[in-house]
Design a binder for this molecule. Sequence first.
Ligand code: AMP
Ligand code: FE
Ligand code: FE
Ligand code: ZN
Length: 282
Amino acid sequence: MRIDLHAHSTVSDGTETPAELVAAGLEAGLDVLAITDHDSTSGWAEATDAARRLGLTLVPGMEVSCRTPEGISVHLLCYLQDPTHPGLLEEITKAKDARLSRAEHMVSLLAEDYPLSWDDVTRHVAPGATVGRPHIADALVAAGLVGDRTEAFATILSSRSRYFVQHYAPEPAFAVSLIREAGGVPVFAHPVASARGRTVGEPVYRDMIDAGLAGLELYHRDNPEERRPFLLDLAAETGLFVTGSSDYHGAGKLNRLGENTTTAEVLGEIERQGHGAAVVRP
Ligand code: AMP
Ligand code: FE
Ligand code: FE
Ligand code: ZN
């Protein structure tokens, strides 16, 4: 069984529609794919239809943007949560709205130095999608200012750039507890991805574990090899499971579907723990 539990569609910053994403999963030889758009479950219905039609097993999920009080970004994957749970819905709606004003703010700063307008950016955002830096990157590419999203993130859009603006995001342990309340299974996404910015220390993991964290996304291209033993030891000590995933964004990133995978045993564990939504089997 080939199982990839982290992928994005045009509902956030992927470049393929939910149906196209499911088709790409099949093409890549996957048996199971999770759709995990940033702060949104709007892709679930279309992905579910496509999975039934095309014969792929779909795990409905989401990736929640969080931030510690020190300002360190944490991404939290969740699976099988109730998408209508009021507490969780309120947090992701707040984050989604904040992402929009933050993107507008970043573009107004960028417009002081580059020929770039808000209209140039919205052209790359599907209706209702969660707006992120990747969409600003697309506008910079279209204007010929950078070659691709990767170059944009390495330069103008980096979290260390003077155009970078933060947005509201819940604290990680609070988000973990909300996901559990919603019947979902929370997994710390790419926890040691230091190239993206600062990463959290062990106390934050402990807080998240106390709040009900279920797993760590160990096998992910952004987790440096030398930091993985720390994750494995912590998982072994605390009984967390570990996952492996691609974090596929279509043409928006180099990550390929199935480049890392999760075991069938861990998928079984996710299914046992998750009770806010069901795995879609064709
Ligand atoms: P934001 O959430 O708006 O701060 O933007 C961060 C998002 O940009 C991440 O969730 C990734 O999906 C995407 N991203 C980060 N680094 C890169 C990169 N080098 N190339 C393309 N996309 C990236
Ligand atoms: Fe993303
Ligand atoms: Fe992420
Ligand atoms: Zn992701």
